[in-house]
Design a protein around this ligand. Sequence first.
Ligand SMILES: [Zn+2]
Length: 258
Amino acid sequence: MTNCMFKRQPLTQLPLTESVVPYITDLTSGPPRCRRCRAYVNCHVQFVDGGRHWNCNLCGMTNAVEGEYFSTLDHTGQRRDIRDRRELRYGSVDFAASPEYYNRPAMHPAYMFAIDISSEAAQSGLLQASVDAVLSALEGLDDMAQRNNLLQVGLLTFDTHLQFYNLHKECEEDELPGVYVVPDIDDPFVPTPHCMAPLLLHRATIEKVLRALPEMYADAHVGEAAVGAALQVSFSPCDAVCDAVLQCVSQCVCWRCL
Ligand SMILES: [Zn+2]
């Protein structure tokens, strides 16, 4: 079962020769379940009593069909809405989770990218490679952003300080958004909620900042990178909960650094 706002696919990609597993999203209160063994309704249950009950194929329990799921049966005993009920026609289906399955309100997906801009990163080419990798990752998030316009992307850079960018700012062509510098890496904090922005709305600004980074820090002379501090703030930006943090680091990281 998957969250209806953000679908995760935990299993491997299907071969092209296999059909896509149907994704059932139209059951507002979730799939009917057996009141004794909690089995989901499936293609092997039997509807009886004119469609008012169904027999569980796992434990034999007879269950009432709730109002919105009711359908009359035809002369063969099959539900008349069988063509619209993929969960009754396919052996494998994926149900969208209804709110009763949440243990907290649904969160919006968020991804934080933390990029090393120390002199070693700039001179070794890692900074440019990091920017290219993040731009490529944004393309990979396109489909998800189209389905969920609140998908957020955050960006920070780090050497011995942390730098955050106002990704909400609408910039003129030759303008870049403001940079917020956090020098305290022993007790780092996020200085602006605008360091994260919905990808769909602010993609232009996010890409503009990314593309500008290699030139902005081409003459960097700070050789160290506050990897641990960057990682620490990456997981708690604003009120969002990050689904993933991608950190690009130019140096070996020891446990003490974290
Ligand atoms: Zn049962």
